[in-house]
Design a protein around this ligand. Structure first.
Ligand code: F6R
Length: 369
């Protein structure tokens, strides 16, 4: 049932191009517009939305953090992303014009379910993004957009994460389309780029051998740090979470701009730091800033592992290890940048003798608060 792979996790990592394609299937019409009629919230209601709140846990929360960038950019609706376990306890401000998006692979996560119930009690509309047909969260929501990752068996989420991202982009672009923002042309272009992205994920998967070798070489370390900016920041958090749960290593993700506000004190000789570099074409200001960050940490002895777009030459002098990813639109980069981090964590965990499908102390679906 592992299809010849040594673990479900490796199988599920390899299934990501198909999972992405399946999640897009039937949702883009031949003219290149989105069709999300399955989401039973009317266009009228979507036009009325004045605030979006995303709730989720763990990896799904990281997808939600990325969704915030996409939703605010393409729709100009204020969006916040919050840990489901924190949400209802601070008495959040919600009403009929708030769209709450609950992201959950299993559809059974109690923290997320309780956030959904709370939101509906306050009169907000809830849209679930979920991978499990008929599970509790979609049943208790007003509407659902299913991800089509197929069953995810390994405890650590991989293919579900990529499809959560796809679903979030679809919602963001659809909201933009329905409300007709100034980004109409860009939205059409991105829909086309999204429909081609699974080939790019496949290309990344084909180049993972050096990442595996690097991971094995770092198995004796205690700590790995991850840095990113913009949508690369949640990707850094996700890379760190994967390493914690699988390799049982101290791993932390930071927004690269925060380095100078404290974390830079952690840098010492030989400390591996993985840096997710934004495209030099898109938000080029950010690119320059992150290149400076890489210089700064390397000058203090860090072993730099740089994930950068093909053709990005500015990072080359400062990268002890360079992992190339295909050029993508800025907001879509997490779909390709996360993959090497999944492979990295899986390989490092294996090198440390850990069982990757069943990490200690963790359950696939967390049905207690
Ligand atoms: C990490 C992981 C967990 C889940 C989290 C939410 O690899 O799998 O952090 O993402 O428990 O689970 P769902 O998406 O089922 O609500």
């Amino acid at each position: 049932e592992k299809g010849g792979y040594p673990s479900f996790m490796l199988k599920e990592i390899a299934e990501q191009p198909k999972a992405v394609t399946d999640t897009l299937l039937g949702r883009i019409d031949p003219e290149g517009s989105l069709r999300l009629d399955e989401v039973r919230i009317t266009r009228g209601e979507l036009r009325e939305v004045d605030k979006v709140v995303i709730v989720a846990c763990g990896t799904a929360f990281h997808a939600g953090m990325i969704a915030k960038y996409a939703i605010e950019h393409w729709t100009r609706i204020p969006c916040e992303t919050e840990l489901a376990s924190e949400f209802r306890y601070r008495d959040p401000i919600l009403d009929q014009r708030t769209l709450v998006i609950a992201i959950s692979q299993s559809g059974e996560t109690m923290d997320t379910l309780m956030a959904v119930r709370h939101a509906r009690e306050q009169g907000a509309k809830v849209l679930a993004i979920c991978n499990t047909n008929g599970s509790t969260i979609p049943r208790e929501s007003d509407a659902v957009l299913y991800t089509h990752a197929g069953p995810e068996i390994a405890v650590a989420s991989t293919k579900a994460f990529l499809t959560q991202l796809v679903a979030c982009y679809l919602v963001a672009l659809y909201l933009g389309q329905v409300r007709g923002t100034k980004w109409g042309d860009e939205i059409r272009t991105v829909i086309r780029q999204l429909s081609e992205i699974s080939g790019e994920v496949q290309r990344v998967l084909a180049t993972m051998e050096p990442v595996r070798a690097l991971a094995r070489s770092l198995a004796g370390h205690d700590t790995v740090l991850f840095l990113g900016r913009h949508v690369g920041y949640p990707v850094a958090l996700e890379g760190a979470l994967k390493l914690k749960e699988l390799a049982y290593m101290h791993a932390e993700g930071f927004a690269a701009g925060e380095l100078k506000h404290g974390p830079i004190a952690l840098i010492e000789d030989g400390l591996p730091v993985v840096v997710v570099v934004p495209s030099p074409r898109g938000r080029s200001v950010l690119h320059g800033k992150i290149v400076s960050n890489i210089q700064e940490i390397r000058a203090r002895g860090a072993l730099t592992v740089v994930i950068a777009e093909e053709g990005d030459e500015a990072v080359v002098p400062y990268a002890d290890h360079l992992i190339r990813i295909p050029a993508t639109p800025t907001l879509l980069q997490p779909l390709v940048a996360t993959v090497p981090l999944q492979v990295f964590a899986c390989e490092l965990a294996t090198a440390r003798g850990n069982e990757v499908d069943q990490p200690r102390n963790l359950a696939k679906s967390v049905t207690v608060e």
